[in-house]
Design a protein around this ligand. Structure first.
Ligand code: MG
Length: 219
């Protein structure tokens, strides 16, 4: 059964798009949400909007700390589900176009070690002001998640990916099963093409698609 389990971050592990929340802090939430939706639904290539979007938000370390103080952002039940996966000896990864500095505290709370967080990086001044992002990282480009997942997968038959957007769906050929997660937002292209699609907002609904029957019996 599956040994390596890859989760997208925004709208999959957490109930929001963290970059949109950072945009709200800047007062440009509406504008940025339009760009996010267009790229998550595959209407525009990620490289056309992503760096522009991040540059508009210009997330300082102070803004990111404020984000980290928001209560109850995890998808319901996700802490329990990741705990079960770790208990069963699974390697749980986060694979995201988001940034280390944004994702790391959430990964720590889920017990996911830093070497299994696959993310892009942001640059800041010593005072914590935004300098830029690593636009050379594959994750800033269309198909980048597929490139990065291929660097971590040992065996396709033992790998599963869970995500909400078309950028996650691009990993489908690399894994045995792609689970579309619609518990936060339902994207029709993902629903149509995923091997399995979950609309339950509670993460526990994922378990039968990640575990064998024997493993399910042990819960
Ligand atoms: Mg997502």
């Amino acid at each position: 059964m599956y040994k390596q389990i890859f989760f997208d971050f925004d709208s999959t592990l957490v109930k929001l798009e963290t970059l949109d929340v950072l945009a709200d802090m800047k007062g440009i939430g509406e504008e940025v949400r339009g760009l996010t939706e267009a790229s998550m639904n595959g209407l525009v290539p990620i490289e056309d909007v992503f760096e522009k979007k991040v540059g508009m938000i210009a997330p300082s370390l102070q803004m990111i700390s404020t984000l980290h103080e928001l209560p109850q952002v995890f998808v319901e039940g996700i802490e329990e589900v990741i705990g079960i996966l770790h208990h069963l000896g699974k390697e749980v990864f986060i694979l995201t176009s988001n940034f280390d500095v944004v994702v790391a505290p959430y990964a720590r709370r889920l017990g996911i070690p830093a070497h299994r967080v696959v993310a892009n990086e942001l640059f800041h001044t010593d005072e914590g002001e935004y300098l830029g992002m690593n636009s050379r990282n594959a994750l800033a480009h269309t198909g980048g998640k597929r490139i990065m997942i291929d660097q971590h997968i040992r065996s396709k038959n033992e790998a599963v990916m869970i995500g909400d957007s078309v950028t996650d769906l691009a990993c489908q050929p690399s894994v045995h099963r792609f689970v579309g997660f619609g518990g936060v937002v339902v994207r029709e292209t993902v629903r149509a093409r995923a091997d399995v699609f979950i609309e339950d907002s509670h993460a526990r609904a994922l378990l039968p698609h990640l575990l064998s029957q024997e493993e399910m019996k042990c819960l």
